[in-house]
Design a binder for this molecule. Structure first.
Ligand SMILES: [Zn+2]
Length: 125
């Protein structure tokens, strides 16, 4: 199953769809819309990747505290909705999505679609 990205019109596999406002977009467009106003997030992502590479692709070194919190929450609960994470960690949707994008890029978590619901699960789930 694929959906069409609302921004670039490219086809996106179901499990790689991101939600930006009310639109379904691909990962590239998603990173683009989120990062455009804040270039420091790009640096944060690259930093996280670099740290992880140095650490042999394990651990959460290089992540921001909030990213670690989200990651740990998902790890402990194994399968959560974005809503659950927002409520548990008191985050806005925009803030959560921004951090999730980083965690997905670092291959710490991934999206998993079951029925109509998209869950966040550990990457090796
Ligand atoms: Zn796109």
């Amino acid at each position: 199953m694929t959906v069409v990205c609302a921004r670039c019109q490219g086809e996106v596999p179901d499990e790689d769809v991101y939600y930006y406002q009310d639109q379904q977009v691909c990962e590239d467009c998603y990173m683009e819309v989120l990062q455009r106003p804040k270039t420091c997030d790009v640096a944060a992502t690259q930093m996280a990747k670099k740290h992880r590479r140095a650490a042999g692709q394990t651990g959460t070194e290089g992540l921001l505290d909030i990213q670690k919190k989200i990651y740990n929450y998902i790890k402990e609960n194994e399968k959560v909705t974005r809503q659950q994470v927002m409520e548990a960690l008191d985050l806005s949707e925009l803030e959560l999505d921004k951090q999730i994008a980083v965690l997905r890029h670092c291959e710490l978590i991934k999206g998993r679609k079951e029925g109509n619901q998209v869950y966040l699960v550990p990457f090796d789930y």
